[in-house]
Design a protein around this ligand. Structure first.
Ligand code: SF4
Ligand code: SF4
Length: 762
């Protein structure tokens, strides 16, 4: 516990112009925390060299072990307010939460000082319930395991080795090269980006890896098991155990089941082939129709409308118990289907279509590349490309322009409405084309896209020896892809220490795969080095704390082991959790889950947040000073959104007090109970979006919180408190213009609909 505190009040950034900073310092020194507050001072500009020097002098003179800086948000000046490894720092965002966002209520003027006092007391309470975390320092293995010897894996191995790390590269086939070995050529991997195609020169890439003495290549093998934790993994490959620090997973993709391409004529119309089949033809010496002739025209479909519409029940050809006049069932809840076969078939159709749910960059580039193959291998032929969305971001626009400039390539936007056979040829019908009219295209051959299905969707891949099972969890949430946060943390999977790269992460061509390989290799190295220093990897990079368990009180309920988003907790035969600190991302979800409250972090724990909530001064009646609402806010999105709102001059009700949390998943029901029993009129929880478009940095935190909230609501109801006093709201970082109104609306709803909390005044 921090026991000798310095409390410093900044007078800059409008703070000193609006509140009496000396009086606030005197309040901190003389109030109920006086036993721990050794020094309390104000300073005109706390982040100035003079301000910082003042704090440093006080630390040296008084042997302070904690400093409360009442100034700006911790997201600003973080590099200034650091005072060495032995001094804990608590930042109180007076500027954003009390000064810039202040909204005067004529009924109770002068609330700014009240707010400032509350936050200062809360900061002191948090620090006095915090201890310096002691890092776990494992004996880190430094070898990077690269799984998959395709183009991405080869490049990842090369990158990790170039940075001085030993690499073990495992490939399941007998030869290296993966899918790239079966490719004829690539769209440009480097300048000039208008080239029709470029050679991949895979033999040179393979030779560079095989000739590198830091890389051990194991072919014809897979990872039989991966046990342990980052920096201390044991990987079993071909019966031998290897010590591994971190893993780059570059296991690539497999083509989606072609039966789902039936609406585009595949399987029933002669000369309809997939892009993967055309690639094979090109690399085996030429493009030929089913009759062995070189085509005079080849049409490429980059439109999945028909696939997404699904297959009509009565035309699907599969066993179907539905009467002929019943419509196609497109959702799982339809009552019309009898017979499991039909249900299964429709379900699978939808699942597979997800992999081609839209035209990706890769679908577009492959169609353009293969149109160029046609022009190269059958120079007298024309190529048609019918697309719904042509996606050629960045420099690839030049590639698109090359195709546009080629009189032998015709590009048109259009929605494909049908594909049918016409003798030895194929007719594509399309509407909404650039020509304006519905059209029919006659071609000797039609090429339909190949769905990219990540290997993780079909196989456990890493074979984790984790309590949560051998595969990556919740893959259906990510369409089978293991990458767990596309927006904020590319390469991240839900298994810390395993970083996805290439097409197992998302569909991509070789150029992007090369970048991915470098990125994932760096993440793997960062993970090893972070573990070696006992600190967390992203998003809490550098955090030294990890969950500690008071096993004496653990009831072995297993909630923590089941709910940890990252599989960081195993358990013994009785169900007692067995933490793996280097797998842990320090989100606190386990702390929120534990009904016995036996999980805590040195510098983030149940008592600390409870103590902070208890520092909020709640008037005994609404008439004595208005309502109070506790806002528990995620520090990843909601708090930055609030900071930005305050910076932009937005304001909100003076009756709210914010409690920043690592993730809504870490919110323990006790905190809500504390707030309500103290008389707070409402509790608002601000966290990330959840569901299919989730934004949570810890994947499931806000979703878990919303589920737990239902239990809290039940408990409140039993106590005679309206459950609606506790609500959760989704806030993303860019909602700074909306969140103030959300807060005001909630406060108004609580006060007008429910009035004072019945516990007020007790
Ligand atoms: S802090 Fe998060 S990652 Fe770590 S054990 Fe708890 S739930 Fe798992
Ligand atoms: S949630 Fe708490 S009580 Fe349950 S197993 Fe985990 S530590 Fe034990």
């Amino acid at each position: 516990m921090a026991e000798k505190l310095g409390v410093y009040i900044c007078g800059g950034c409008d703070i000193g112009a609006n509140i009496d900073v000396d009086a606030l310092a005197a309040h901190a020194a003389g109030g109920k925390h006086s036993a721990v507050v050794t020094v309390a001072k104000s300073n005109p500009v706390l982040c100035s060299p003079e301000g910082k020097a003042m704090i440093e002098a006080d630390i040296a003179e008084n042997e302070l072990d904690g400093v409360v800086c009442c100034a700006c948000t911790p997201r600003a000046k973080w590099d200034v307010f650091k005072f060495g490894e032995k001094v804990q720092v608590e930042r109180v965002a007076l500027r954003e939460q009390a000064i810039w966002s202040y909204q005067e209520d004529p009924q109770f003027p002068g609330q700014m000082e009240v707010i400032a006092k509350d936050y200062t007391n809360m900061g002191i309470a948090k620090l006095t319930n915090s201890v310096l975390p002691a890092p776990e320092l494992p004996d880190a293995y430094k070898t990077v395991l690269v799984v998959g010897g395709g183009y991405t894996g080869l490049k990842a191995a090369e990158n990790a080795a170039a940075l001085g790390y030993s690499v073990i590269l495992v490939e399941k086939e007998d030869a290296l090269g993966g899918k790239a070995a079966g490719m004829y050529k690539s769209f440009p991997l480097g300048a000039p980006f208008g080239d029709r195609v470029q050679d991949i020169d895979l033999p040179a890439v393979i030779a560079a890896v095989e000739g590198n003495d830091k890389i051990q290549v194991i072919t014809g093998s897979t990872v039989e098991s991966l046990s342990g934790a980052p920096a201390q993994y044991k990987a079993t490959i071909a019966g031998t155990e290897y010590e591994i620090g971190a893993v780059v997973m570059a296991t690539g993709w497999v083509p989606g089941d072609t039966k789902f391409l039936a609406p585009l004529g595949y399987g029933s119309v002669k000369n309809v082939v997939t892009s993967a089949e055309l690639e094979k033809m090109a690399s085996n010496g030429g493009i030929k129709t089913a009759d062995g002739k070189t085509p005079k025209s080849v049409a490429f479909i980059v439109d999945t409308t028909l696939l997404m519409e699904g297959i009509d029940y009565n035309a699907c050809g599969d066993a179907c118990a539905a009467p002929e006049d019943l419509p196609c069932k497109e959702d799982d809840e339809s009552p019309v289907v009898e017979g499991e076969e039909c249900e299964t078939f429709v379900y699978e159709t939808k699942e597979s279509a997800k992999h081609l749910a839209y035209s990706s960059e890769l679908t577009s580039l492959v169609a353009l590349k293969q149109a160029n193959y046609v022009r190269e291998l059958a120079p007298d032929a024309v190529a048609y490309v019918v697309y719904d969305h042509m996606m050629v971001p960045g420099i690839n626009e030049k590639y698109y322009q090359t195709a546009q400039d080629d009189p032998g390539v015709m590009l048109t936007k259009g929605t494909v409405t049908g594909v049918r056979e016409a003798g030895s040829q194929v007719i594509i019908s399309a509407k909404d084309t650039l020509l304006g009219a519905d059209i029919e295209l006659l071609a000797d051959m039609v090429v339909v896209p190949t769905a990219i299905v990540p290997t993780t969707a079909i196989d456990p891949t890493m074979n984790f020896e984790y309590r949560q099972g051998p595969a990556f969890p919740d893959l259906e949430l990510f369409d089978g892809f293991a990458d767990s946060n596309y927006i904020c943390f590319p390469y991240e999977t839900r298994r810390t220490g395993v970083y996805a790269a290439g097409c197992v992460r998302q569909p991509m061509g070789l150029g992007l795969a090369e970048e991915d390989a470098a990125g994932a290799a760096l993440k793997a190295i960062q993970c090893i080095e972070s573990a070696n220093r006992g600190v967390a990897v992203h998003p809490r990079s550098g955090d030294l704390s990890f969950p500690e368990f008071n096993f004496m009180r653990c009831t072995q309920c297993k909630r923590c082991t089941e709910e940890c988003p990252f599989g960081a907790l195993d358990d013994d035969e009785k169900g007692t959790p067995m933490p793996n600190p280097t797998r842990c991302r320090r989100c606190g979800t386990c702390m929120g889950a534990c009904p016995e409250r036996v999980i805590s972090f040195a510098n983030y724990n149940i008592n600390q947040i409870s103590a902070a909530i208890k520092e909020v001064q709640v008037p005994d009646t609404l008439e004595e000073g208005g309502p109070r609402v506790i806002v528990i806010a995620c520090e990843n999105d909601a708090i930055p959104a609030l900071d930005m709102a305050a910076m932009r001059g937005k304001s909100w009700s003076p009756y709210v007090r914010f409690i920043p949390v690592r993730c809504l998943g870490s919110v323990n029901a006790l905190w809500v109970a504390d707030a309500i029993s103290k008389g707070a009129d409402g509790v608002m929880m601000l966290g990330c979006a959840y569901g299919d478009d989730y934004q949570c940095h810890f994947v499931k935190g806000s979703e878990l919180c919303s589920r737990r909230k239902e239990n809290i609501a039940d408990s409140l109801g039993r106590l005679g408190v309206e459950p609606e006093r506790v609500e959760q709201f989704e806030v993303s970082i860019d909602m700074y213009d909306k969140v103030p109104a959300m807060i005001d609306e909630f406060v108004t709803t609580i006060t007008t609909n429910f009035g004072p909390n019945p516990f007020k005044g007790y």
